[in-house]
Each structure stands twice: as C-alpha cells, then as structure tokens.
Design a protein around this ligand. Structure first.
Ligand code: ADP
Ligand code: MG
Length: 329
C-alpha cells in the first residue's frame, strides 16, 4: 500500500443496486510508474473488460509519447536535441507542450516542464546523502525556463534553445492520461466511471444506481477522520504531497517537487488537493500550488473558475479556497 493511501487517502464509495441492469466493474493495473484503477459502469463483465482494455491502451500510448526513459520517444528526441535543433513532433505532443507553457504563465513559472534540467542532481532514488553543491544547482537552474522552449506552430517543432535543457511531464502526464482515458470511454458510451491514477481521481456520469460518485478526503494527519465530502460529478481531484516521492538528507525530508527558481525541493506544504473540471489542469495546479506556497497558491486558485483547493501546510494547518467549507467531523 502506498504512503499516499496511508497519509491522504481519497476514498471512493460506490454501490450498485440489483434493481438496475448496469453494474460497476473495477480493474487495477500498473502504468506510468503508478498504480491505476479504472471503474466503469457496464451491463456485464465482458463489456466492462472491453472498456477497461481501451483505457489501458490509451494510457500506454500516452506513456510512450511522454516517456523520458524510452530514448526513442518523441519527448526524448526533443531532449536529445536541446541546444542543437528543433524537432518535429506529433500534434498531440506539440499541443501538450503548448498547454504546459500556458500553465507556466498562469502559475508564474511554478509549474514548468523544463524543471527537469535538475533531474541529474535530484534523483529521489534514496541515493542522495548530501545536498547538491551550490555551483551544480546554479548551473542546472540556468537551464530551467519555459520561455526557452521554442514552439513553432507552422512546422510543428519544439526546440529547447539551450544545451542541457530537458523537459519532463511528471507533474501533468498522469492527469492528461486520465483525461484521455475518460474521453475515450465517454465516446464509447460508458455512462459513468472513474479513472484513478494513484489517488488522482477523474470521474464522469453516475454510479450504476444513478447516484453521484462521492469522494471523501481523509485528513492526512488523522487517517481515521474524514473531514470533507464532495460530490464531484464531472470533476477531477488531484493531490500532490511531499510523501509521494522524497529523499531524506541529514534527517530532513526533501520532496520531489522542485521550485524552478532555486532548483531546490519546495518546502512549507504537506499536501495540495485541487478540484478542477479536468485532471490535467488539476494535476498541474496541484504541483504549482505546492511550489507557490499557501498564500500565493490559494490566491491563484481563487481567481480560477471551477477550481478549488485544500492545502495542508507543514504545520498541519488546513487552508481552503473560497468555495470549500470544511466539515469538522
Ligand atoms: P505525483 O505525480 O506524485 O502525483 P506531481 O503531480 O506533483 O506528483 O508531480 C511531481 C513530479 O513532477 C515530480 O516527480 C517531477 O517529475 C515533476 N516536477 C517536479 N517539480 C516540478 C515543477 N516545478 N514543474 C513541473 N514538474 C515538476
Ligand atoms: Mg501534478
């Protein structure tokens, strides 16, 4: 069981009634280095399996597109040609990079796919025993900057204009995959379901009995205490937490979310949960608010339509955007 579930579990409660012809079917699998769960409403197991296979294929296809490990992926080709030449890519990847750049603008650079220039100095594989040297940090940070990702729409090319630059989709890829998997299933006629990417939830329609999907947010500081209920309807809910992936150096915990301004792991927040119409937006904003901190993060979320946030800071204090009311018990 992952720490995420221990610390901040987003529990889905669903029930299906025998009165209705449709039933709820679930399958768990591993993709994009994460555990996924697909829940669909369907008339029988065979039909459900077909739908779940469609979702799986779509997630694999996206994984191949955005993978930084596969040296033949389109993303790797862009990275291999940093400071060398523009690379022609598929429209899908070009669009994803353009949307990522817009999200960087929206978050004043807190979300930045070019954060990945620090990949070499922060591996978060448990092997780190000391903080990176100041000079190494400086050198890496100089290569970060979404403005330096040159997009040419006519040629459909992407150019990382400085040698040593690198892009990575760790903070948005799962959200994008969850949106795409949902779109495919909606198009196939699935009336309701959930794509759950390690606790990042994307729902549509209703449960088999016609009732809404409900997501309970459990207080990470007391896993037995559900402090809030939401009826999420068409919504996505995504959490970024410092317990996801981290490294411990000299007794201090460093999260895998990097402040692009310093190259250092962001501090001050335990978890950020974002509610938004799409998982991609929620995913990017969860990472961004983690970097921005409580005050700036909540301020930004309050400007955005149909987006809400619950932030738990390092002191265990709960902060919410304006339309969220926390129930005490
Ligand atoms: P998770 O994938 O665990 O739910 P996030 O969505 O917050 O968490 O993504 C964190 C991942 O995003 C990191 O592991 C890294 O790959 C990447 N990343 C880290 N810092 C940033 C940043 N400032 N902007 C964009 N991506 C980032
Ligand atoms: Mg994210």
């Amino acid at each position: 069981m992952s720490n995420r579930y221990l610390f901040f579990s987003l529990c889905v409660f669903f029930c299906s009634s025998a009165v209705f012809a449709q039933k709820t079917f679930t399958e768990k699998f591993s993709k994009m280095g994460s555990s996924f769960e697909v829940i669909v409403v369907a008339k029988n197991k065979e039909v459900a399996n077909g739908f779940i296979a469609m979702a799986k294929n779509e997630i694999s296809r996206i994984e191949n597109l955005i993978s930084s490990w596969d040296s033949n992926s389109e993303t790797s080709k862009i990275n291999q040609n940093a400071g060398v030449k523009p690379v022609k890519v598929s429209k899908e990847l070009w669009d994803l990079i353009e949307r990522s750049q817009k999200l960087s603008q929206l978050t004043s650079g807190a979300f930045d796919i070019s954060y990945a220039a620090v990949d070499k100095i922060w591996t978060f594989d448990g092997g780190e025993s000391e903080l990176p040297a100041e000079a190494d940090l400086k050198r890496s940070v100089a290569k970060i900057g979404y403005q330096k990702i040159r997009l040419n729409q006519n040629d459909q090319t992407v150019f990382l204009s400085q040698a040593g630059m690198k892009i990575g989709f760790g903070a948005i890829g799962k959200g994008y995959a969850a949106d795409r998997a949902k779109e495919i299933l909606v198009a196939a006629g699935v009336s309701g379901g959930i794509i759950n990417a390690s606790g990042d939830m994307n729902t549509w329609g209703t449960q088999a009995d016609g009732s809404d999907w409900n997501v309970a947010i459990v207080n990470p500081l007391n896993s037995k205490k559900v402090f809030s209920w939401f009826s999420i309807e068409q919504h996505a809910v995504v959490t970024s937490g410092d317990y996801e992936r981290f490294t411990t150096i000299a007794g201090e915990r460093y999260s895998h979310i990097i402040d692009p301004r310093t190259g250092m792991p962001a501090k001050g927040i335990l978890s950020c949960t974002i509610f938004a119409p799409k998982a991609e937006l929620a995913d990017a904003l969860a990472t961004a608010t983690f970097v921005m901190g409580t005050t700036a993060g909540i301020f930004l979320i309050n400007q955005l339509p149909k987006v809400e946030a619950i932030i738990i800071d390092a002191m265990g204090r709960i902060h919410t955007s304006k339309n969220i009311k926390i129930e005490d018990d």
